[in-house]
Design a protein around this ligand. Structure first.
Ligand code: FAD
Length: 384
């Protein structure tokens, strides 16, 4: 196993790190406070090729490998988890499933507009009464000539209110459970498709989150993603891409906390000395660094397996579970190192602490990751 980055990966890390430091970090706190999505930064990231990181160049992507994909997620997450979330959805939950499961026409039609940042995408699986158990969804798609007519509601959808196209899952066979679900590519402008923003979130405030309403929304058959009644495979295959960038983004969040705490501990004076000189503070920094490094290696292992085309559900779930929980532990310590000031919105660690919380919840909660890992380890059929 080679732990060194190749020249391309080094260049990508340098470019995205500089962009994150110079352009994303200075406005992250303001965007969080105003709960506003930075459309300009999204476009600039796309201009640098980062909204199509692992998508081949023939479809408008950058054609980078999966380690590079994690590098981009980590570096954005190091300064702004809201924007990292948008990156994850655009690339991992929308572009990659179109690339992996879509037909040639769909790839040619949708991928260049998404990778160029002209269009924003979203991924609609969760419903008000169907979260960890997506097979229990009640949205329906009824065949009508060359169309399917979609009815239902999706909730907690990242980018819903700003998306031009949505991947939406619905039941094409109500009696067949997971084997009766189909994925559809639905455009915002089509009749019967509408959204409503959700507000008052604990974290990811600069990211758009909303509901999708489908009311007799007619979707042409050519917009079926994958095959009829095989959408569950598409949905879960997609989550495997998403979990990977949530893991990488969690490493970035942890690294961001470490960066800030190192600076703060050296300049905060108590008992006549910088708090960095106290061994109990050094211990917290050491624990943060060890956990962050361990998480990063889990991400790289999953990425390496993705690059090699090896099955990696187990390794991706391990990375997602460990890194998302780890980011919460690290953010907790970051507040501790800041003392009372960490409790104030004036300091970035407060935002990092709130933003860390979502990572153990979406793209499969920690309990769902434990169930997947446990089932694979025991050789029994995973329930998802
Ligand atoms: P539930 O499934 O109701 O779970 C509640 C609790 O029960 C959890 O602790 C869970 O771990 C536990 N639990 C459930 N089943 C089991 C079990 N079998 N064994 C043990 N414990 C169990 N969804 C999308 O489709 N697209 C998006 O873009 C998207 N973005 C999101 C953005 C945000 C900010 C948020 C908050 C959510 C987003 N989601 C999105 C939804 C997210 O994926 C779900 O919230 C998540 O899957 C959990 O579902 P739930 O909230 O219904 O919780």
């Amino acid at each position: 196993m080679d732990f060194d980055f190749n020249e391309e990966q080094k260049m990508i890390q340098e470019t995205i790190r500089k962009f994150a430091k110079e352009e994303i970090a200075p406005v992250a706190s303001e965007n969080d406070k105003k709960a506003q999505f930075p459309h300009d930064l999204f476009k600039k990231l796309a201009g640098l090729g980062f909204m199509g990181t692992p998508i081949p160049e023939e479809y408008g992507g950058a054609g980078f490998d999966y380690i590079s994909h994690s590098i981009v997620a980590e570096e954005i997450g190091r300064v702004d988890s809201s924007l990292r979330g948008t990156y994850s959805v655009q690339v991992s939950l929308v572009e990659l499933p179109i690339f992996k499961f879509g037909n040639e026409e769909q790839k040619k039609k949708y991928l260049p507009t998404l990778t160029s940042g002209e269009w924003i995408g979203c991924y609609g699986l969760t419903e008000p009464n169907s979260g960890s158990d997506p097979a229990s969804m009640i949205s329906t798609a009824t065949e009508d000539g060359n169309y399917y007519v979609l009815n239902g509601q999706k909730t907690w959808i990242t980018n819903a209110g700003i998306a031009d196209v949505a991947i939406v899952y619905a039941k094409t066979d109500k009696e067949a459970g997971a084997r009766g679900i189909t994925g559809f590519l639905v455009e915002r402008e089509w009749e019967g498709f509408s959204t409503k923003d959700l507000h008052d979130k604990l974290g990811l405030r600069a990211s758009n989150t909303g509901e999708i309403f489908l009311e007799n929304c007619r979707v042409p058959k050519e917009n079926i993603l994958g095959e009829v009644n095989k959408g569950f495979k598409v949905a879960l295959g997609t989550l495997d891409f998403g979990r990977y960038t949530v893991a990488a983004g969690s490493v970035g969040l942890a690294q961001g906390c470490i960066d800030i705490c190192k600076e703060y501990a050296k300049q905060r004076i108590q008992f006549g000395k910088p708090i960095a000189s106290f061994q109990l503070v050094q211990q917290m920094i050491a624990d943060m660094v060890v956990e962050c490094e361990a998480g990063r290696l889990l991400v790289y292992r999953a990425g390496d397996m993705k690059n090699k085309g090896l099955p990696n559900i187990r390794e991706t779930s391990i990375a997602k579970y460990y890194c998302s929980e780890m980011a919460n532990r690290v953010a907790y310590k970051a507040i501790q190192i800041h003392g009372g000031y960490g409790f104030s919105g004036e300091y970035d660690v407060e935002r990092f602490y709130r933003d860390a919380r979502i990572n153990t919840l979406y793209e499969g909660t920690s309990q769902i990751q434990q169930l997947i890992i446990g089932a694979i380890e025991l050789g029994i059929k995973a329930f998802v």
